[in-house]
Design a protein around this ligand. Structure first.
Ligand SMILES: Nc1ncnc2c1ncn2[C@@H]1O[C@H](COP(=O)(O)OP(=O)(O)OP(=O)(O)O)[C@@H](O)[C@H]1O
Ligand SMILES: [Mg+2]
Length: 278
């Protein structure tokens, strides 16, 4: 459950929901609006090298805007799903645009980690929850009861090893009844499944994902997924039958790849002082 204190006179607006779910915790001030990364296949030629150019700020902003759009259409589209990924591009020489000039700012390691995927995914997950406002003394409190289960990809895989495991039993809640949404965090980070031969691991993981996603597909249960794979890698990893279902469940535009948005964790840990000084 998630809770947020409100003032006595507050009414439940969309903005408050975004705040309560954590969506507004993401800021853009550490991101550049025009970035160049040195890439062998880059289409821009400068300083005798090849570069790709993109708007880092806009990449994250777009993901946040799409999350808001997703939340406002979700109620009328049972089973509507969402996928957000970012892959690693490794250590790249970087330039940012200042006025008309491109300034070299050294190399940055783009790990694909820590750029807000789980934050956005959780905001969607809680945004599908059941919200109540309770009076508390001179204030109010917004409580969100999740309308389903949030687990790491590894947990979703491991729970299927239990002998009498059933998704019906696991997902049904006495309090809220039929589930409406699940979150699978970090697809690709399942590790290995116990008691399965190493040569069978990949196909066993695909089978387990198939069972999980096909269940959601048939029950019209929304799936929210994060991964450090690029989208094409994710498709291969999950297998054709699962990916085909996701292509229907996730409306066009709601499969988002934010590769190239930098890791916030070193900034949060005070390792990077001036945001642009990476
Ligand atoms: N743009 C941002 N502004 C403020 N905080 C951020 C931003 N991006 C990420 N964070 C914070 O950094 C931490 C990592 O974010 P999050 O867990 O969403 O990353 P992730 O993309 O899921 O990473 P991983 O790929 O490692 O799972 C969290 O504490 C999150 O609140
Ligand atoms: Mg994450």
């Amino acid at each position: 459950m998630k809770r947020m204190k409100l003032s006595a006179e507050a009414t439940l607006t969309r903005e408050l929901v975004y705040e309560a779910t954590g969506l507004t915790s993401l800021n853009l001030s550490h991101l550049a609006s025009a970035v160049r990364l040195e890439m062998a296949n880059g289409n821009i030629q400068a300083d005798g090298k090849q570069w790709i150019e993109y708007n880092e700020q806009q990449l994250l902003q777009q993901a946040i805007d799409l999350a808001k759009q997703w939340l406002s259409s979700w109620q009328n589209k049972p089973g509507q799903s969402f996928v957000i990924t970012s892959g690693a591009v490794g250590e790249k020489a970087m330039q940012v645009q200042e006025g008309e000039q491109w300034q070299p700012i050294g190399a940055h390691h783009f790990s694909g980690f820590g750029n807000g995927k789980t934050t956005i995914a959780e905001a969607l997950f809680y945004g599908c929850g059941v919200m109540t406002i309770n009076e508390v003394e001179q204030a109010q409190e917004l409580c969100i009861y999740p309308a389903g289960k949030l687990r790491s990809a590894r947990e979703w895989m491991l729970m299927q090893s239990e002998t009498d495991f059933s998704l019906d039993k696991f997902l049904f809640s006495e309090q809220l009844g039929k589930p409406r949404v699940i979150l699978i965090d970090d697809v690709g980070r399942e590790g290995s499944i116990p008691f399965v031969r190493s040569t069978e691991q990949a196909s066993e993981i695909q089978t387990r994902y198939y069972d999980l996603i096909n269940y959601c597909y048939r029950q019209k249960l929304s799936v929210i997924m994060t991964s450090n794979y690029r989208l094409n890698e994710l498709a291969t990893f999950l297998g054709g039958a699962t990916w085909s279902r996701l292509l229907e469940m996730v409306p066009d535009g709601f499969m988002i790849d934010i590769t190239g948005v930098r890791d916030y964790r070193p900034i949060a840990g005070g390792r990077v002082t001036a945001p642009m000084d990476l």
